[in-house]
Design a protein around this ligand. Structure first.
Ligand code: ATP
Ligand code: MG
Length: 404
């Protein structure tokens, strides 16, 4: 089909009262960014809908990008036709030929915003239903939940036909909730946590702890590649690499084995919080899932969480591993996440971490470290890079041009 525009239905944002304008503006900006490769398109947003005028750009290339923009309930591509009955009838026939499978039901839903048009909406429904019967005489009409609903809209400038409704990503436009620091390891859980936080409007930056030479260049690259998989939802991601070697060596030297993990996590959280403050974030996001490993018991979480009062979102905390994996597959992070590169926590994992660490003990052992100067040095060594795409091979521009 040769579509001329895509009509976008807002998700939850339409219920946000006074903030609605802010939400729709953010959504329009996010759509523009997601479709930056299509320079000819024009976006018009109003209170209830957004219209993306394609101006010759190919809708099939645009759909997959639009499906990753949070804040969209659904969208329908539509065909523009001259506002004359013969032309509209012909297009209805073309649509039904393209859409119909044997045994399916249909209806026509017409709407006029041009009240001077020769037929009213009831007459349009009847007339255009007739056109469908000319093509498929045995097709059945069904008013409630038909298989095919051909929507016809008579506007001032032209008539518009649509019949497909494509489900959007739901959620709220990324950016409307503020900024959050995603603690991104190379595992399965944290990318999913990042995805879910973005779904509720959080714009994320990634914080990754690396302990070279104990952790490899590949492990770092893997974390960056995982961040790359989240880019289509947000446009680009600032990736903050934290040098963590000195701290881990120091912990290993002065803290009893049973508390390595707890103290390590406390330092990670302290550093993430300091980075959040520098970068004007409001929240921290991690991939903790209750009971999954020693550091993720409630006692552990309490002993670790004590270092900050900043809200921490744990989107996967109540999910089973299989549920998390399902989402990881959906956002295409699973295959990458199971590549076996050692993470800083695995390398220093004590044989028997405490599953019920005591807060006073954790504080006591942590006090053996010179926390502030260790943190200062780590913060002085931050490396920030911008992740903008999956990888160089993802967007081969020549190949891309061929498609157009
Ligand atoms: P994941 O699959 O996300 O690695 P996990 O089940 O392996 O999670 P842990 O390794 O215990 O769990 O880590 C719990 C959370 O701590 C992670 O989800 C992540 O948010 C954070 N985290 C762990 N390691 C790192 C790291 N190297 N850099 C940044 N964050 C980390
Ligand atoms: Mg991990």
């Amino acid at each position: 089909m040769n579509y001329s525009e895509i009509m976008v239905r807002y998700g939850e944002l339409s219920t946000k009262g006074k903030n609605k304008r802010k939400f729709t503006m953010q959504l329009a900006q996010n759509v523009k960014r997601a479709l930056a490769d299509f320079p000819a398109i024009k976006i018009h947003g109003d209170r209830d809908r957004m219209h993306i005028l394609l101006n010759g750009e190919q809708s099939e290339l645009i759909f997959p990008k639009l499906e990753k923009v949070f804040g969209i309930q659904s969208f329908s591509p539509s065909i523009r036709v001259e506002k004359e009955m013969p032309a509209i009838r012909e297009m209805v026939k073309e649509v039904i030929r393209a859409a119909y499978l044997p045994g399916q039901t249909f209806k026509i839903t017409s709407k006029r915003s041009d009240h001077h048009f020769e037929l009213d909406s009831n007459e349009l429904n009847r007339e255009l239903g007739g056109a469908v019967f000319e093509v498929f005489p045995d097709i059945k009409v069904q008013m409630k939940k038909p298989d095919i609903n051909i929507r016809v809209e008579i506007r001032q400038e032209a008539a518009y036909l649509s019949y497909e409704t494509i489900r959007g990503a739901g959620g709220l436009p990324v950016g409307t909730a503020g900024r959050g620091m995603l603690m991104l390891s190379g595992g399965i859980d944290s990318p999913v946590a990042g995805y879910l936080a973005m779904k509720r409007g959080v714009e994320i930056e990634a914080v990754h702890f690396a302990s070279p030479p104990y952790t490899s260049e590949q492990a770092l690259q893997k974390a960056k590649d995982l961040a790359g998989k989240l880019v289509p939802y947000v446009g680009s991601i600032q990736f903050v690499e934290v040098p963590f070697t000195e701290i881990q060596e120091e912990i290993k030297r002065v803290v009893p084995q049973g508390y390595w993990m707890t103290v390590t996590r406390r330092l990670m959280l302290r550093l993430t919080d300091a980075i959040r403050e520098q970068r004007e974030g409001l929240v921290i996001i991690n991939g903790e899932s209750l009971g999954q490993v020693a550091s993720q018991t409630l006692q552990s979480m309490a002993a670790i969480n004590e270092v900050t009062t900043t809200p921490i979102i744990r989107p996967v905390v109540t999910m089973d591993k299989t549920e998390i994996i399902e989402l990881a597959e959906k956002i295409d992070t699973f295959e990458l996440a199971i590549q076996p590169f050692e993470d800083c926590c695995t390398i220093f994992a004590p044989p028997q971490p405490k599953t019920k660490p005591r807060l006073e003990k954790a504080q006591e052992y942590e006090a053996r470290l010179d926390v502030s100067s260790l943190m200062e040095r780590a913060l002085a060594g931050l490396k920030v890079s911008e992740i903008t795409g999956e990888s160089a091979t993802d967007r081969n521009s020549d190949e891309f041009l061929d498609l157009l």
